[in-house]
Design a protein around this ligand. Structure first.
Ligand code: HEC
Ligand code: HEC
Ligand code: HEC
Ligand code: HEC
Ligand code: HEC
Length: 446
């Protein structure tokens, strides 16, 4: 009998998929910090999971140097000059420092002040989400119900510290979409990782985010638990060179092997998004840059840089590296009258850039997602998509006869370097991360 009642209750809970509580902007200031337990409490039993999380960006979403710089030096400073922006800028914390947002502590104290905002996206925050508001999750639409019950994907677990309950949402991408989709005040999707996933092949096959970012492995999820398959809390992405490396596969070939001195050759590069469940780059697309650099070295060791062939699509100029200036709207929060901007790309001229430009109300490129009034051409590489780039090369007059080795190098940067330098963001944020390389050759004939 007892078992029967339990079964019915269990079913009811899952069908209703626990929700209640305010969500999104309505949740501002509806909780207290003390409603949430600290990660150190969970650590006493969930040791491995704690140290995985502690190394992931999840635990640094508020304290990370670039986040602190963009939030305080650009966003908060912008809202001080344009007061209508205040709710949007408070909203940064809905995803980066959810405890502070829910406690109404916005802007939160600086990271150096060691407040509980520093817990960033914490264990207890994530495990007391009971649902989300609306049909499409975005803009911290989660419903947070802190308390004794910790939710997860496994039914009937027993813990000496808390109750546990299974909720299907924890295995679904909508859960992540609460923070990985974002619409700004202009109605622009400035982040759409979960939406990209949904319309792509992984969405159709229902291979959720978890499969690649929280893979399951045999082990224990708590000191006193039985062994089983455990969701690893890796959340590795752009800040893990190993995750980015190889995400795109590259090949390059010529349209002829032997080339006469006065001839040209056409080299084709195939770029296959083999590893990501969404477009590359995704998420902070306004910051990220992915570019293809092709060079040739002749038999005498002379090196030549090959610019990409133009395809002629609308907005293509944004996808070919140039010396143009951009990001003039940083002048507003920085208080620089008539700011002329900084270099748009900071990579060798003529290289192909895979990106989607964010444009401010004046139509200039911006990294301020809250000040984005439109999006330019989407020239990113979709999940399992293959793009082809060609390089038509008229052999230079001084080339040496013999073998010429041609190398295609694909690189990634988390933040365009001229912006990082201008704002004083530590160098690691603009380091060049190699994604892949491919090599071919031709023979130059007299
Ligand atoms: C005193 C030890 C202890 C502490 C402290 C503790 N847990 Fe647990 N927790 C457990 C045990 C034991 C289980 C069950 C593991 C099993 O049987 O697989 C568990 C299970 C869970 C689950 C799985 C739920 C499910 O149904 O899938 C989650 C989520 C969880 N804990 C979150 C937390 C969070 C968040 C904290 C900190 C606020 C925390 N735990 C603190 C011991 C603890
Ligand atoms: C961004 C949200 C998020 C954060 C932060 C997070 N978790 Fe989880 N956790 C999840 C999700 C989602 C699952 C279910 C994954 C699955 O089954 O695919 C999960 C699963 C678990 C499980 C069950 C694992 C298993 O497969 O047996 C435990 C225990 C747990 N989390 C504890 C913690 C603790 C402790 C922390 C902090 C150190 C933490 N979580 C941080 C989202 C989160
Ligand atoms: C098939 C595996 C796979 C799936 C499914 C997947 N990802 Fe990824 N993800 C990757 C790989 C590989 C990278 C590294 C390449 C890159 O930066 O895009 C990545 C990168 C990321 C990044 C960092 C992007 C950046 O440039 O800052 C985020 C954020 C992310 N994933 C979130 C998600 C979310 C949310 C989902 C589900 C809606 C998801 N991923 C589904 C493989 C996957
Ligand atoms: C409460 C909001 C929130 C939820 C829910 C959430 N994330 Fe995130 N996630 C963030 C924030 C904020 C960052 C950016 C951290 C930073 O500042 O670089 C992030 C970053 C990431 C990254 C990139 C890490 C890197 O190396 O750059 C991955 C991957 C990721 N999340 C995956 C997931 C997955 C998978 C889920 C669902 C299981 C999820 N997230 C749920 C807020 C969230
Ligand atoms: C809807 C949730 C959400 C909101 C609102 C939001 N962010 Fe984010 N933010 C994220 C996620 C998720 C990522 C990680 C995306 C990725 O890895 O590409 C991120 C990434 C970033 C990054 C890049 C971090 C890195 O390490 O490279 C910065 C900086 C940032 N956000 C600042 C802000 C500021 C400032 C605001 C407010 C104007 C804001 N965010 C609003 C979810 C959000």
């Amino acid at each position: 009998m007892k078992k029967y009642v339990c079964g019915v209750l269990f079913l009811a809970v899952n069908l209703a998929s626990v929700r209640s509580g305010p969500a999104g902007e309505a949740a501002l200031g509806t909780r207290r910090y003390d409603d949430y337990e600290k990660p150190a409490v969970c650590k006493s039993c969930h040791v491995d999971i704690f140290f995985q999380w502690d190394q992931a960006m999840m635990s640094k979403a508020y304290t990370h140097h670039w986040d602190e710089i963009e939030y305080f030096d650009l966003a908060v400073a912008h809202a001080e000059k344009v007061p209508e922006l205040k709710p949007v800028v408070d909203g940064c914390n809905g995803c980066h420092a959810p405890l502070a947002y829910l406690a109404g502590d916005v802007p939160p104290p600086r990271p150096s002040e060691n407040s509980r905002a520093n817990e960033s996206v914490s264990c207890d925050f994530c495990h007391t989400v009971t649902g989300f508001e609306g049909d499409i999750p975005f803009n911290f639409s989660y419903i947070s119900e802190p308390g004794r019950i910790k939710y997860g994907t496994k039914p009937g677990l027993e813990s000496p510290h808390h109750e546990t309950r299974m909720l299907d949402l924890y295995g679904q991408t909508e859960y992540c979409g609460n923070c990985h989709n974002e619409k700004n005040p202009y109605g622009i999707w400035v982040k759409s990782t979960q939406l990209e996933w949904k319309e792509g092949p992984y969405g159709r096959e229902n291979v959720p985010c978890h499969r690649c970012h929280m893979p399951k492995a045999w082990g224990k999820n708590a000191k006193m638990a039985e062994e089983g398959m455990v969701a690893q809390h890796l959340f590795n992405g752009a800040h893990d060179p190993g995750k980015v490396g190889g995400a795109i596969e590259l090949r390059i070939h010529p349209d002829r092997r032997e080339v006469f001195f006065d001839e040209g050759v056409v080299l084709s590069v195939q770029l296959f998004n083999a590893k990501a469940g969404h477009k590359i780059p995704t998420g902070s697309v306004e910051d990220r840059i992915l570019w293809l650099h092709v060079t040739a070295v002749d038999a005498a060791g002379n090196e030549y840089h090959l610019p990409v062939d133009r395809k002629g699509f609308e907005g293509e100029t944004y996808t070919i590296a140039s010396n143009e200036l951009a990001y003039q709207d940083m002048g507003i929060p920085k208080g620089i009258e008539g700011f002329e901007g900084v270099q748009r790309d900071g990579v060798p001229e003529g290289d192909r850039i895979f990106r989607m430009p964010y444009l401010d109300p004046q139509g200039r490129m911006t990294i301020q997602q809250w000040n984005t009034a439109s999006l330019g051409v989407d020239y990113r590489i979709g999940p399992r998509e293959t793009k082809i780039e060609t390089f038509t090369w008229m052999l230079p007059g001084d080339i040496a006869a013999g073998k010429v080795t041609i190398t295609a190098q694909l690189n990634f940067q988390k933040l365009v370097k001229p912006v990082a330098d201008f704002l004083g963001v530590p160098a690691e944020e603009s380091e060049i991360v190699p994604v892949n390389q491919a090599v071919t050759w031709i023979e130059v004939i007299d």
